[in-house]
Write a protein that binds this ligand. Structure first.
Ligand code: ZN
Length: 286
């Protein structure tokens, strides 16, 4: 399995920068990097897309996914919808030039309307189709990520599966993030019985043992993959049964833990590599 580092894991480390993260990923053996939206924007203030493309062309590490197109759904005015589409138009030529393959799409939070699940599904299908119309000509796919937070419009796995089934496009799939799957109590049966080939992003992490729905249960409670209470055996088994293609999808470590941000980028990436490799060897080893 290919190993990937999500830049969100180190983007608050004291010495972090795009180049520091790329160089550390290359040094410790990662195959891919998931680029964080704010790190990319910061980098492009002083560097060109060509410079980034040249770095990737001359190194082993390649870009896998964009992390992430934020809050793309439930846009209630034409202006709000246009903002999303303009952002997609801005990003696609950048991704095309650097060879990035997938845009991870994060749903909206804290919407004003008391929307029902069917309403959210219909809206999300509409938005993903609109975005995919633009991304497909570039050969770029979309991965819808379930966010395990009660304020998020799409916070359980079964709902995301329904959306993807309705969109029904080869270029639109799912991002499975172990923390988010666990955090709102998604059902392992929904993972097992779904089409694993639709999972095109895999985010590895773990979690402290906390009550589901507790207000303090947030991203800061993530742990290195393998170090927490998520039932890894059950997830791995469900992935295997579902037909998940572990040769096609990199295992991407994604932790946002304040303690880990106290490390240098080098220490963070070094540990991330060891934890990702061990996780894959221990659980995704079929
Ligand atoms: Zn994630």
């Amino acid at each position: 399995m290919k190993l990937c580092f999500n830049q969100g894991s180190s983007d608050h480390c004291p010495d972090h920068s795009m180049i520091a993260e790329l160089e550390a990923c290359e040094k410790y053996g990662f195959d891919y990097i998931d680029l964080r939206f704010d790190v990319l924007d910061e980098y492009l203030k002083e560097h060109s897309v060509d410079e980034l493309a040249a770095w990737f062309a001359s190194h082993h590490v390649k870009p896998s996914s964009y992390s992430a197109l934020l809050f793309f759904n439930w846009k209630k005015t034409a202006e709000e919808e246009k903002e999303v589409m303009d952002e997609v138009d801005r990003l696609l030529p950048i991704f095309d030039k650097i060879g990035l393959q997938t845009i991870c799409c994060v749903p909206s939070f804290n919407i004003k309307e008391h929307a029902s699940v069917p309403e959210i599904i219909d809206d999300c299908v509409y938005m993903l189709n609109k975005i995919a119309d633009k991304a497909e000509p570039y050969g770029i796919s979309l991965a819808l990520e379930v966010i395990g937070a009660n304020a998020c419009t799409i916070n359980r796995w079964d709902v995301a599966v329904k959306i993807i089934d309705k969109v029904k496009r080869d270029s639109v799939g799912l991002a499975l993030d172990l923390f988010h799957f666990y955090a709102m109590g998604s059902d392992i049966k929904d993972l097992e019985n779904g089409d694993g080939k639709k999972i095109i992003n895999l985010h590895l992490n773990d979690c402290e043992d906390l009550p589901i729905g507790a207000p303090y249960f947030d991203d800061s409670k993530r742990l290195w993959p393998g170090d927490g209470c998520i039932d890894k055996e059950a997830i791995a088994n469900a992935l295997k049964i579902s037909g998940f293609d572990k040769e096609a999808v990199p295992a991407a470590i994604e932790v946002f833990r304040p303690e880990y941000y106290e490390l240098t980028v080098d220490e963070n990436v070094k540990t991330s590599y060891a934890k990702t490799k061990a996780f894959v060897e221990n659980y995704l080893n079929w």
